[in-house]
Design a binder for this molecule. Sequence first.
Ligand SMILES: Cc1cc2nc3c(=O)[nH]c(=O)nc-3n(C[C@H](O)[C@H](O)[C@H](O)COP(=O)(O)OP(=O)(O)OC[C@H]3O[C@@H](n4cnc5c(N)ncnc54)[C@H](O)[C@@H]3O)c2cc1C
Ligand SMILES: *[C@@H]1O[C@H](CO)[C@@H](O)[C@H](O)[C@H]1NC(C)=O
Length: 311
Amino acid sequence: MPLSMIIIVGAGPSGLLLALPLARANICHPPRANSIPRHRTRASHHTTESCIEFGRAGILDDVRAEGFTPDGVSWRRLDEKKTRMEGEGRYKIVLLPLHRLDKILESRVLEQSSAEIKYGCKVVELGEEGRRGKAWVRAGKEGGGSELVEGEYVVGCDEANSTVRRRLFGEMVFPGFTWNEQIVATNVDCNFGPYDCDDSLFFVHSEHWHMVARIQTDGFCRVTYGDVGGFTYEQLKERQPGRFQAFLPGNPNAGQSAGFLLAADAAHLCNPFGGMGFTGGIADVGSLYDSLVGIHTGQADDSILDKYGGV
Ligand SMILES: Cc1cc2nc3c(=O)[nH]c(=O)nc-3n(C[C@H](O)[C@H](O)[C@H](O)COP(=O)(O)OP(=O)(O)OC[C@H]3O[C@@H](n4cnc5c(N)ncnc54)[C@H](O)[C@@H]3O)c2cc1C
Ligand SMILES: *[C@@H]1O[C@H](CO)[C@@H](O)[C@H](O)[C@H]1NC(C)=O
């Protein structure tokens, strides 16, 4: 079934990474990503799996040139026994803050004649026409008014508080399993001195599991650790100095429905520990791209999307 229009809701990294190869494959005339771009520092570590997808999208060299490749990644116990991992080679882990990755993706998508990014609008309503492969969204415009866009598929890449997912399943309902533990991610100026170290360190411990990683070449670091579930944001902030004291060296006193598909944070909230958050989203995008190309070229029928959904 040749496809002519895929609507991607959300021009964040997953939406853009899906739009780029779809536009290159000329599947969409024109596909649209409806979004108000937003730049925040979040994902920084892009794993080997992500680099493979960046390679397929033709942006890996740009990402590596713009970011930095850490000297190594290691896993240790708190008693500092060291195990190195992560191989060498083309797909080695790379670090680049998300807002800078978005810029690369955005400029590449804008080069594609069959892709269009619609800025300054937000999807507020969606629906379908009873059969698979006919779906629509209504996007509210910043200055008022709205626009209706129709396509064969609508892909929700519209973040953790996804409008598409909420319309399909309800408020904060994630079909599937959700872990109770919480992750606290902090950005700190970090002297790597006390560690005999690689750029990314993962510490294995039943209570004080954490990660310390250089995210920029200027000594800016990310320290991420786990806490038990149920604390509010304020309570987590209050606990943070005590947690740092417990595990940092020197114990410092620092402070699915018919035409609708979901990908990345819109589909699953994945903890960002170990660079896994957006990596999971990238894995979605790679599989979804293959599924849509398969439908478009007749190598698959739309039941392949049930496999993609996995529910
Ligand atoms: C502190 C922290 C550290 C992290 N570190 C890592 C890491 O090192 N490695 C890693 O792989 N992942 C990491 N992650 C996770 C990663 O940032 C996310 O998984 C990733 O950004 C998800 O991408 P996305 O495209 O699904 O959503 P987003 O990046 O949230 O983008 C969604 C887009 O959709 C738009 N949008 C929202 N609603 C609508 C609407 N109704 N209509 C139109 N547009 C809409 C938004 O404006 C936005 O542009 C981290 C996360 C955090 C919070
Ligand atoms: C999600 O978005 C809705 C509508 O935009 C908003 O009312 C709600 O407060 C948001 N939820 C969270 C957790 O941000």
